[in-house]
Design a binder for this molecule. Structure first.
Ligand code: 3PG
Length: 217
């Protein structure tokens, strides 16, 4: 597994952010870094995504910046050109997997079924986004889904409906490498400039990830 993905596993939490304006990029980065969470997934759901990734990669080298909602090989290229160090997708698309491989970009595709997992394993991928986690059946489903694949070394990043109320249960699963979600940096907080609240949510999430992991050891 790439060093970037290993680092994400160590952190245990990935803020997923749909950001509307590049003006929010640096305050967001500083809020995350102050909260002890030096990673962010900027989703390609807004026009600003590529420019935000470019700005963060240039101005905040300590932050691991990734691209989210990557649905095409063209977007993989755009993400790499902007400086993204990893990419995430909601689904499993072999063409996107191939594009990421050709550009040497660590890639975390989305999976929801055993067949998806097997397709991803066949491509040599070991970190997979379990999406949309809560709507699919949450911890119970992921736990059952893990059983036949645990021995392969596959790990999951559940995303979709994760919040402080269910974070601990996911992180307690041995096949969960990290959780992702938008709860840390919400659009309305960025619009209002509530950067301190974002920092507080990072601190809380990191503390929970740390505590859950230590209790597993
Ligand atoms: C994603 O893109 O990974 C999800 O939309 C995040 O889901 P959430 O908004 O429920 O955290």
């Amino acid at each position: 597994m790439s060093d970037v993905l290993k680092h994400i596993e160590e952190l245990g939490v990935v803020p997923v952010v749909a950001i509307d304006t590049v003006d929010h990029a640096l305050p967001l980065a500083d809020a995350l870094l102050a909260g002890g969470l030096p990673v962010v997934e900027i989703t390609f759901r807004t026009q600003a995504a590529a420019e935000v990734i470019r700005t963060l990669s240039r101005e905040r080298p300590d932050l691991i910046v990734g691209a989210g909602t990557v649905l095409s090989s063209e977007t993989i290229q755009t993400a790499v050109d902007a400086g993204a160090r990893f990419a995430v997708a909601p689904g499993f698309n072999p063409r996107v997997v191939q594009a990421a491989r050709e550009l040497n970009l660590p890639f975390v595709p989305g999976i929801a079924t055993p067949s998806d997992i097997e397709a991803a394993l066949e491509c040599g991928l070991r970190l997979l986004k379990f999406f949309p986690a809560e709507a699919l059946g949450g911890i119970k489903l992921l736990s059952a889904l893990s059983a036949p694949y645990r021995h392969t070394g596959v790990r999951f990043m559940p995303t979709g409906g994760i919040s402080p109320t269910n974070l601990d249960g996911y992180l307690a699963l041995d096949t969960v490498a990290a959780v992702g979600g938008t709860w840390i940096a919400k659009k309305e907080d960025m619009a209002r400039g509530n950067w301190n609240e974002i920092t507080d949510r990072c601190r809380e999430a990191c503390a929970r990830a740390h505590a859950t992991r230590n209790s597993k050891r």
